[in-house]
Design a protein around this ligand. Structure first.
Ligand code: NIG
Ligand code: FE
Length: 430
């Protein structure tokens, strides 16, 4: 049995508290402690407290000297599209030259080009590509990562993508949460008339969904609900069927234009509504009054060069539960750097450092239905920890773009370990 004692941390960002999404004042307190040690028993956190109080119960534990660094819960990245083939760097200059995201998609670029590419690839090929990408995400401090399908858009290619996620889960220590996003786009072979669109929605509901559920391949279903992609009515029918079949539900909502997606997410009791850069006042009120987590993805708007970010302050001040995530994908957010998203949370969304940590831990966990197990450094929680080369929590979003995470543990097992962590006992340079 693993028994670990993490000692000599400058601060522990515990995020400890209720096992649910935080909102209002609760979202502004990351419960940061100084002078505490953390004891791990097997896969669970056993104790958090002053060393002299807990060490007598953990005399036999392996000591990990953090050298005056910061410990946080392992980060929870609750929105990624990590299963894809080739990168789409050619679109960046097209956008710089004035073409919009939707215009590129209409010309066969965007999601369609990732779909054509993924369909040609074998499961093994996709596994190798995704493995390296997930390891990179983990190297920046994420210990729980939601991963969506959505570049297959056929029965076989969606199942192929989800099987890759299942295999990654078996072979990597990081915790993955699989989401079926068969409704990411209407595939080209179903375009042309509204009957064909309807046929694709029926294929999703009648054939793909049952196969996903039978294979136990996803925990959530997601839909890209946006003008030009899936309508509110199509989204409702796909998500209601998914919920009936036993999946949790999520929406890509109000990303580029206000469309009532947030209101629909609240009405359906979705676990999260994601993007929201174009959410309306009514959408903000609907989310604030609901249990749905508002998942904001500021890296996406930055990368697309849009001048609008989601109204995080209005959501937070209105009482909504806010999470942050990378949206890691080949089209709109090719970053594996979750701490950079925390920087954007502070500098672009005007969140406090405590708010961005709650958003990237407890509230991310709530957005994947795991708030009772991950996202907190507290007794009984999964021993998912990140050690940062920082002596103050505020350094983590401050050194923007840098990889300050030097080690993570998932369920008490070492997950990522950077060079500097070979000697965690070295004290920090001032
Ligand atoms: O979250 N908005 C839809 N889906 C992705 C982008 C997918 C792509 O362009 O490949 C997103 O931004
Ligand atoms: Fe997305």
């Amino acid at each position: 049995m693993t028994r670990l004692l993490f000692v000599n941390a400058s601060q522990v960002i515990t995020c400890a508290g209720a096992p649910r999404a935080r909102r209002g004042k609760e979202a502004a307190d990351a419960a940061i402690l100084a002078n505490v040690a953390i004891a791990v028993e097997d896969d669970i956190i056993g104790a958090v407290g002053p060393l002299n109080e807990i060490e007598r119960d953990y005399g036999d534990a392996e000591r990990i000297d953090c050298g005056g660094r910061v410990i946080s819960p392992g980060l929870v990245d609750s929105h990624t599209h990590a299963i894809f083939g080739r990168a789409r760097y050619e679109e960046q200059e097209l956008r710089a030259g004035g073409l919009g995201y939707m215009e590129i998609a209409r010309r066969g670029g965007g999601i369609h080009s990732s779909v054509a590419d993924l369909r040609k690839r074998t499961e093994d090929d996709l596994f190798v590509l995704a493995l390296a990408r997930i390891q990179k995400l983990a190297s920046y401090g994420s210990t729980t990562i939601e991963v969506k399908s959505g570049y297959g858009l056929s029965l076989e290619d969606e199942l192929k993508s989800l099987r890759v996620i299942a295999r990654l889960s078996r072979e990597l220590p990081v915790r993955l949460v699989p989401t079926w996003l068969g409704a990411h786009e209407i595939p080209l072979e179903f375009r042309g008339n509204s009957r064909a669109r309807g046929d694709y929605v029926r294929l999703l509901i009648d054939e793909v969904l049952p196969a996903v559920v039978d294979g136990n391949l996803a925990r959530f279903a997601d839909v890209f609900c946006e003008p030009g992609v899936f309508t509110l009515e199509e989204t409702r029918s796909i998500l209601e069927a998914s919920r009936t079949a036993g999946l949790g539900i999520k929406l890509h909502a109000d990303e580029l234009e206000p469309h009532g997606g947030a209101e629909l997410a609240a009405e359906l009791g979705a676990v999260s509504a994601d993007h929201l850069a174009a959410i309306s006042e009514a959408g903000i009120s609907a989310l604030a009054a609901s249990g749905t987590v508002a998942t904001l993805l500021p890296g996406t708007m930055l990368f697309l060069g849009r001048d609008r970010q989601a109204p995080a302050r209005a959501l937070l001040d209105g009482g909504a539960a806010v999470a942050l995530a990378t949206d890691f994908n080949p089209g709109t957010s090719p970053t594996v750097n979750f701490p950079l998203i925390l920087t954007l949370g502070v500098s672009q969304l005007r969140m406090t450092v405590a708010e961005v940590f709650i958003a990237a831990t407890v509230n991310g966990a709530a957005a994947v239905g795991l708030a009772d197990r991950v996202g907190q450094v507290a007794p009984g929680y999964s021993a998912d920890l990140a050690v940062w080369d920082a002596s103050d929590v505020r350094e983590i979003p401050y050194w923007y773009g840098d990889r300050r995470c030097i080690g993570t543990w998932v369920k008490g097992k070492r997950c990522h370990y950077a060079g500097a962590a070979d000697n965690l006992n070295l004290s920090r340079e001032p």
